[in-house]
Write a protein that binds this ligand. Sequence first.
Ligand code: SF4
Length: 280
Amino acid sequence: MPEGQVAPVTLEAKSPYELRVDLGKGVPETDVRTALATGDMGFLHSFTTGSTVDGPGVRVVAWTTGCMYRCLYCHNPDTWTMSNGVPVTIARATEELRKYRHGLKVMSGGFTLSGGEPLMQHRFVVKLLSAAKMLGIHTALDTNGFLGERLTDADLQAIDLVLLDIKTWDQERHRQLTGMDVAPTLEFVRRLALHKRPIWLRYVLVPGLTDDAEGIREIARFAAELGNVQRVDVLPFHQMGRYKWQKLGIAYELDNVEPPSTELIERTCAAFRKVGLKAY
Ligand code: SF4
């Protein structure tokens, strides 16, 4: 096969827990740069269908590759590197969506872009979400918000719902947990509130790392004051992604961490409910 060409790879995966690496490795660096600058091509780990946990109704989810965080609990570390993803043109991704548009309407669902961190490829993301809206499909963006400033106010209109992760409130802990600062995320959240864009807040609950009661109360207070947080999903830590760390040869620090107890999950939900938010 000539240099620069990549064998077609199926986009569908049974779940994002499928390990995928090096699928975009044959793409020359200049093409990657052009893709990022124009948004005409993106890098996707996979498409999955039938999700009921990534926004309202039943959803198709495209998982992008590339992430600037290194969360200690990440269950998809194969999405950190953009070149692990399949290079996909906007036309191909849109065609993929077109196949599902009637079914998604019937199931009151939509399309969610998740990752990795989708905003690493923000031009592609905006083009694909806009294409989905043109097809009449509800759109959601699952993001850690760190690169939110890349989106213009007009871009925000292509996103019906933002699934927003706040990893932890404490700045030091956030750096320890993700390698990056929390401030840009909070800034983006405030901007979404200003523009009245709906948010579903996601909070990954990890015993010993993100379970401090005061930090959770701070996030709850912050979220309640915004006025655009429609619900909070407390996501219990699990070990389903551990095998990926092992396969990729990355040191994994959470080997001995257990999933949170039912009581801890309930207490965390209660902290959000106490300030008037819906929490699940
Ligand atoms: S932001 Fe998401 S994809 Fe990125 S490292 Fe954290 S958990 Fe993994």
